[in-house]
Ligand binder design. Structure first.
Ligand SMILES: Nc1ncnc2c1ncn2[C@@H]1O[C@H](COP(=O)(O)OP(=O)(O)OP(=O)(O)O)[C@@H](O)[C@H]1O
Ligand SMILES: [Mg+2]
Length: 236
């Protein structure tokens, strides 16, 4: 799902995970109506959804070690798992996101942004989710680090077979990872389709503007696009 700041991406992602109440319309998650849902009834569904938050610095409890942060969903949803098994599972998860095992002892502020986002991905998949919602997981990262974390996203999805809702304001990132793209604008889904459909024959000026703003290596082409983007901005 792609859209500019304030278009409602986080709100939709959080509503799907039951973290924000859906108050109108209809939202069905695993066949369950989320409008007017009862917290208690949703709990068994919530553990089938993993979530990676927008801000890697703020999404971890600074007083917990990385190992404890990653194992937090297990402690909440599988309280019967022994401490030994939980440590073992934490090691597997850190291995899956390619973080050294010793990082389990570290604290969130002792990791780089990219490492923290890996740890947050490990937490997101801790319960073997059927759906992973990743809200701008790489927006706060440096471009070079971002590419590596995105690769990791693709690898993990292939390995663990979950569906993913990837949220970003960056159409290039979304196109790289997604089978289907939805374009959100001012809280409305403007269009939805495969990457080829949305990028190849966009139906809305806003989508064209997003496409025009993608950087291209050819300076002449880049200048043309910039001009086009300016024209469309004047219209939207
Ligand atoms: N708790 C809230 N109460 C009232 N309005 C809110 C609340 N949270 C978000 N909004 C508003 O809802 C709109 C959508 O916000 P949302 O955070 O979903 O946008 P976003 O697409 O995720 O933006 P960004 O790319 O900046 O993260 C914004 O206008 C925002 O100000
Ligand atoms: Mg957001």
């Amino acid at each position: 799902m792609v859209g500019e700041s304030g278009s409602g991406k986080t709100t939709i992602g959080r509503a799907i995970a039951g973290l924000t109440k859906a108050t109108g319309g209809s939202l069905t998650v695993f066949g369950h109506e989320m409008v007017g849902f009862k917290e208690r009834k949703f709990k068994p569904l919530r553990k089938r959804i993993g979530f990676v938050f927008q801000d890697p610095a703020a999404s971890f409890n600074p007083h917990l070690s990385i190992g404890e942060c990653v194992a937090e969903p297990i402690a909440v949803h599988q309280p019967d798992m022994s401490a030994h098994d939980r440590r073992q599972r934490t090691r597997e998860l850190l291995e899956a996101v390619q973080l050294p095992e010793a990082y389990a002892q570290r604290y969130p502020h002792e990791l780089s942004g990219g490492q923290r986002q890996r740890a947050s991905l490990a937490r997101g998949i801790a319960l073997n989710p059927e759906l992973l919602i990743a809200d701008e997981p790489t927006s706060a990262l440096d471009v070079s680090v971002q590419a590596r974390v995105l690769e990791l996203f693709a690898e993990l999805q292939e390995r663990f077979h979950y569906a993913a809702l990837f949220i970003s304001h960056d159409l290039a990132v979304v196109d790289m990872l997604s089978d289907r793209i939805g374009v959100l604008f001012h809280g409305r889904l403007l269009e939805e389709g495969t990457g080829a459909q949305v990028l190849g024959s966009p139906q809305h000026d806003y989508t064209r503007k997003l496409i025009a703003s993608l950087p291209v290596p050819d300076p002449v082409e880049q200048a043309k696009r910039r001009e086009l983007a300016r024209e469309i901005r004047a219209r939207v």
